[in-house]
Ligand binder design. Structure first.
Ligand SMILES: Nc1ncnc2c1ncn2[C@@H]1O[C@H](COP(=O)(O)OP(=O)(O)OP(=O)(O)O)[C@@H](O)[C@H]1O
Ligand SMILES: [Mg+2]
Length: 450
């Protein structure tokens, strides 16, 4: 139950931003031009660095941040970087505002669960674990009749300490966490033997950093002794984890159906029990509270009811830091005729610190594409990179990034090892960006279904 659940959107967010390892700031909190996988956008990154400091000092509970800027200017990227800077010990929950309109759960329930997932409780205890440097990692993907995408079926994993090395076959739950944590060869990880929770501790000395970010991650000694051992570890459970376990304990006595619904909806009574239990643990100094971050992307998709829920959540006893992101300017608050900045009610806006992201220069766009190409292992000729930079400027950064994989496939079909201008152009001819597809629909509108 304590296991970190990986939602589909979580995984998707992680993959297009997988090149991001942090905010890329120096000791004085100044943004390095290119670092942490990030390029440019210095002011926003520096502001985000201050937020991270404030969160670490525990000064920001119950506050809200808004990241606002045009599409493709790195709002989501910066939020991911904040999560990376905070490290695994600070809960970071990412939600796309559209996810609150689910069929199974009420809006308030989705939001309440998200809020409670983003508040952690730190508890120390002895656990049986596997610990070592990852020396081999291969994901096993499988086609599923239920999904058009290959799903993660497991992973082959090798761990090493100073005294031994062992191979493991991991199931899908562990594989998904490895993917979400962006675990690479040379990372030191620890897996809870009984519950299968994976934590990344840092990079083993001697394995180097990522190509564009040397020194960005914590360098640690290679673990000593056996891989499997009993270790005192600190666990962070979220309030939601505790809610679910209490709800399950109760439901188990009722019926199997009860167990199923416990995950879906949690009663106020269960939540009160959790809060009382946690307050007691805090009083007895057996636990510490770790306010985390609730990140709500595309926040303009929220409606009035949800906004007031959030404003209220910010003021409650256990409050996370709420980060909202939007690319909307003045627009109607969803479901109303009220026009407001970013489509948000004034009383919420007044409580937010605002960070602005600005459009990129051509050079910055080129560097971002270069990093993405590196990350996706798409080798580009210099000319191809320049062509993609042009496309990034003329169309959009995201469109240019999306062309990388198809261009690679085209190049491979032609038996080439590097993507050149021709492949980029072919990819861009075959796949349109949104503007072109809308134009096409306009042109063929008499022929389209309505
Ligand atoms: N400064 C940057 N450095 C490196 N990569 C970046 C930077 N800004 C954006 N990216 C990458 O470019 C792509 C688009 O950026 P992102 O999704 O963060 O934009 P956004 O501002 O959230 O856009 P939207 O308003 O459409 O949600 C992502 O793959 C992201 O990781
Ligand atoms: Mg975004």
């Amino acid at each position: 139950m304590e296991e970190v659940k990986v939602s589909l959107t979580g995984a998707a967010i992680a993959s297009i931003h997988s090149h991001i390892t942090g905010l890329g700031l120096d000791e004085n909190g100044r943004a390095r031009k290119i670092a942490g996988g990030l390029v440019g956008q210095e002011e926003a990154r520096e502001a985000a660095g201050i937020i991270v400091d404030m969160i670490k000092k525990g000064k920001l509970g119950g506050r809200g941040i808004l990241i606002a800027g045009p599409p493709g200017t790195g709002k989501t990227a910066i939020a991911i970087a904040i999560a990376r800077e905070l490290g695994q010990d600070t809960p970071f929950v990412a939600l796309n505002a559209s996810e609150i309109y689910s069929v199974e759960k009420k809006k308030s329930e989705v939001l309440m669960q998200a809020v409670r997932r983003s508040i952690g409780v730190r508890i120390r205890e002895e656990r049986r674990v596997y610990e070592g440097v990852v020396t081999y990692l291969k994901f096993i993907r499988r086609r599923s009749p239920l999904s058009p995408y290959p799903i993660i079926a497991g992973a082959e994993l090798e761990l090493e300490t100073t005294s031994e090395s062992k191979r493991f076959s991991a199931g899908p739950e562990i594989a998904e966490q490895l993917l979400k944590l962006n675990v690479k060869k040379g990372d030191v990880i620890i897996i809870d033997a009984d519950e299968g929770i994976v934590r990344k501790l840092g990079r083993a000395k001697g394995w180097g950093g990522r190509i564009f970010d040397i020194g960005g991650e914590r360098q640690i000694e290679k673990p000593k002794g056996p891989i499997e051992k009993v270790k005192e570890i600190t666990r962070i459970l979220s309030l939601h984890d505790i809610d679910v376990s209490i709800a399950l304990q109760r439901a188990a006595f009722i019926s199997l159906l009860g167990v199923l619904s416990a995950e879906r909806e949690i009663s106020d009574e269960v939540r009160q029990r959790t809060d009382e239990m946690v307050k007691k643990l805090l009083d007895e100094r057996k636990a510490e509270l770790v306010p985390g971050v609730l990140f709500i992307d595309d926040a303009h998709l929220l409606d009035l009811e949800s906004y007031s829920f959030i404003t209220k959540a910010m003021e409650s006893d256990f409050a996370p830091i709420i980060i909202l992101a939007t690319n909307r300017g003045i627009t109607k608050i969803r479901g109303t005729d009220i026009e407001s900045p970013h489509g948000m009610p004034r009383d919420l806006l007044d409580r937010l610190l605002i960070i602005i992201t600005r459009p990129y220069t051509r050079d910055e766009i080129r560097e971002i594409i270069r990093i993405r190409a590196d990350e996706e292992e798409v080798p580009l000729t210099d000319d191809a990179l320049e062509r993609l930079a042009d496309i990034g400027v003329e169309r959009s950064l995201r469109y240019a990034i999306q062309l990388l994989e198809p261009a690679m496939t085209i190049a491979e079909r032609r038996g080439k090892l590097k993507v050149d201008v021709q492949d980029v152009e072919e990819a861009s001819r075959l796949f349109s960006d949104i503007r072109k597809s809308v134009e096409a629909l306009e042109e063929y509108k008499d022929l389209m279904l309505v």
